[in-house]
Design a protein around this ligand. Structure first.
Ligand code: ITT
Length: 203
C-alpha cells in the first residue's frame, strides 16, 4: 500500500518513516517533500483530532493516495493543558523550537518540581478512499528546568518521560520510539490495518 505522510515537519517525517518502516505498513512512503506545491491547511481546530483530520483529508483530496497526518503537542498540567494544540506556535506564529522551549520555561518558573507534570499527545488521522479513522497516543512525564540533550525536536529537551531520568532529547531514536505518543498512536493504526485488512507486509 502507498501512503503519504502529510506533514512538513522533517523530524516528524523521520520518526514516522522509521516507525512505519519497522512495522512494515507501507510499500511506498511519500511525504509532503514529494508534493512541495500543496498549500498548508490552517490548523484552527480545537482538538488534535480536528487538526489531524483536516490535514489528512486535505492531502488525500489532492493526491488520491492513502494519507496519514499527525497532530501532536504537549499538555502541561500546571498550565491548564497549554500549550496543547498551539504547541508549534506557542511563542508566536513563526516561533522555532528554541523560542517555544524558552517560553515554556518562563511560564513555569514558579512551578515547583512536584507540580511539573505533563503529557505528550498525538492524534494520527488515516484517510483512504473508503475510510476515515483516528488513533491516539500519550506519554506522561515531567518538564525539566533547563534543556538537556541534542536529539529529537520540539519540547524533547525539556521532557522527562515517566520512569526515566533522561529527556527525550537524550534518548536514541529507538528508545524514544519505544515509548512515544507518536509510536503508540501508530501502533494502533498498525493493529487496525492488521485486523481489518490483513495486508501488512511482513506479517
Ligand atoms: P505539521 O503540521 O506539518 O505536521 P507541525 O510541527 O506544525 O508540523 P503540529 O502542528 O502537530 O506539527 O505541532 C506539533 C508541535 O508539538 C511540534 O512542533 C512540537 O513543538 C510539539 N511536539 C509534538 N510531538 C513532539 C515530540 O515527539 N517531541 C517534541 N515535541 C513535540
Amino acid at each position: 500500500m502507498d501512503i503519504v505522510i502529510a506533514t512538513r515537519n522533517k523530524k516528524k517525517i523521520e520518526e514516522m518513516r522509521k516507525i512505519l518502516g519497522v512495522m512494515g505498513i507501507a510499500s511506498r512512503l511519500y511525504s509532503l517533500d514529494d508534493f512541495p506545491a500543496f498549500e498548508d491547511v490552517v490548523e484552527d481546530g480545537r482538538t488534535f483530532e480536528e487538526n489531524a483530520l483536516k490535514k489528512a483529508r486535505h492531502i488525500f483530496n489532492h493526491t488520491g493516495i492513502t494519507t496519514i497526518a499527525d497532530d501532536s503537542g504537549l499538555e502541561v498540567d500546571a498550565l491548564g493543558g497549554a500549550p496543547g494544540v498551539r504547541s508549534a506556535r506557542y511563542a508566536g506564529e513563526d516561533a522555532d523550537d528554541a523560542a517555544n522551549n524558552e517560553k515554556l520555561l518562563k511560564e513555569m518558573e514558579a512551578v515547583p518540581d512536584d507540580k511539573r507534570t505533563a503529557r505528550f499527545v498525538c492524534c494520527i488521522a488515516y484517510v483512504s478512499r473508503d475510510e476515515v479513522k483516528t488513533f491516539h497516543g500519550y506519554v506522561r512525564g515531567r518538564i525539566g528546568r533547563r534543556p538537556r540533550g541534542e536529539r529529537g525536536f520540539g519540547y524533547d529537551p525539556l521532557f522527562y518521560p515517566e520512569g526515566y531520568d533522561r529527556t527525550f532529547a537524550e534518548m536514541t531514536e529507538d528508545e524514544k520510539n519505544a515509548i512515544s505518543h507518536r509510536a503508540m498512536a501508530l501502533r494502533q493504526l498498525q493493529q487496525y490495518l492488521l485486523e481489518k485488512k490483513g495486508y501488512i507486509r511482513g506479517f
